[in-house]
Design a protein around this ligand. Structure first.
Ligand code: PEP
Ligand code: MN
Length: 344
């Protein structure tokens, strides 16, 4: 304590069960923890202050609107559309169908980060223009991935939400670039990133002054080979307790199987996700990328209805006060059980 105080820090001592904990009350970021951890009398030095203060401590409601779509809070946002924009007709038709199905935003990859360079890598700037046209026709905000500073520039006027894909969550220069824009950013968790690494990646964006960050759980790599990834819904409930940033779930990449998209989408809403990112295609089997996980607009419509029902069920409902009618109160000794209908 003496040595800490010599550094100008205020400390408090608590002893219990034969152990002594000395906590530093002030900002301890400059404390040379390696020096203290090597002292004979010190068992360990623990940093309890968050390494992502902007992401962790924002007390205010971090939800925001893009047009009529609210990201975070309220009803689940459903971002739906094809994995890749394949043609002008495809994206215009798909946009109309997903809107009809209840989607609140349109997704579509213009620049595709592909594992194999010989695979379809997207139509590029041409696709951005088609997405903007689809937005003008449907009123749906557009979400699309950017892989470089140059692509951020190209996307500015056409795209409402810049997506940082799983492969780029660790690309800190790109995170800073999107942080310098004032566009909302949908940040996907890398396939082997811990929850803390995701939050620190978000911090890069917030630190540049862009507070509109949406976190996205999209499945992580595990030993399980039956599914493309393992959708980590623990992360959703955990993130909701660690930050006020909106959290969405991508059950398409999270499972890699069209038949699992609905059950996992609903599970995501049940555990507190603010929304969903879903790959939908007019003819899933003909999708040029990620055909195995694409669902039809009709299947999407079923998910939207069920997701909204679940969201309503789990919302904390204000207690409905029960007032006993006068005549009844005179004759009855006990209040009858009250069934409180859920508001629509
Ligand atoms: C996508 O959303 O199209 C995509 C490429 O996802 P991810 O970055 O999660 O693999
Ligand atoms: Mn995809």
């Amino acid at each position: 304590m003496h040595r800490l105080e010599k550094l100008g820090l205020t400390c408090e001592k608590v002893s219990s069960g034969g152990r002594t904990v000395i906590s530093i009350v002030d900002d301890a970021s400059t404390v040379p923890s390696h020096y203290f951890s090597q002292l004979d009398q010190v068992d360990k030095v623990i940093n309890v202050s968050p390494r992502y203060p902007l992401t962790a401590t924002a007390p205010q409601d971090k939800s925001f609107f893009i047009g009529a779509t609210r990201f975070g809070g309220g009803i689940p946002v459903v971002v739906a559309g094809p994995c890749s924009v394949e043609s002008r007709t495809q994206i215009l038709k798909t946009a109309a169908r997903v809107k009809q199905a209840g989607a609140t935003a349109l997704r579509g990859g213009a620049f595709k980060p592909r594992t194999n360079p010989y695979d379809f890598c997207g139509l590029g700037p041409e696709a951005l223009a088609y997405l903007a046209e689809a937005r003008a026709e449907t009123g749906l905000p557009t979400v699309s991935e950017v892989l470089s500073a140059e692509q951020i520039e190209m996307a500015q006027e056409h795209i409402d939400v810049l997506q940082i894909g799983a492969r780029n969550m660790y690309n800190y220069e790109l995170l800073k670039e999107v942080g310098r824009t004032r566009k909302p950013v949908l940040l996907k968790r890398a396939m082997s990133a811990t929850i803390d690494e995701l939050l620190q990646a978000a911090e890069y964006i917030l630190l540049e002054g862009n507070e509109k960050v949406i976190l996205c759980e999209r499945g992580i790599r595990t030993f399980e080979a039956r599914t493309r990834n393992t959708l980590d819904l623990n992360a959703v409930a955990m993130l909701k307790s660690m930050t006020n940033l909106p959290v969405v779930v991508d059950p398409s990449h999270g499972t890699g199987r069209a038949s699992l998209v609905k059950p996992m989408a609903l599970a995501a809403i049940a555990c507190g996700a603010d929304g969903l990112l879903i790959e939908a295609h007019l003819e899933p089997s003909k999708s040029v990328s990620d055909a195995e996980q694409a669902i039809t607009p009709d299947e999407l419509a079923e998910i939207v209805v069920a997701a909204n029902n679940i969201a309503r069920l789990i919302q904390p409902t204000p207690p409905v006060p029960y007032t006993r009618p006068f005549a009844e109160s005179k004759n009855r000794r006990f209040d009858p059980p009250v069934s409180t209908a859920l508001p629509n």
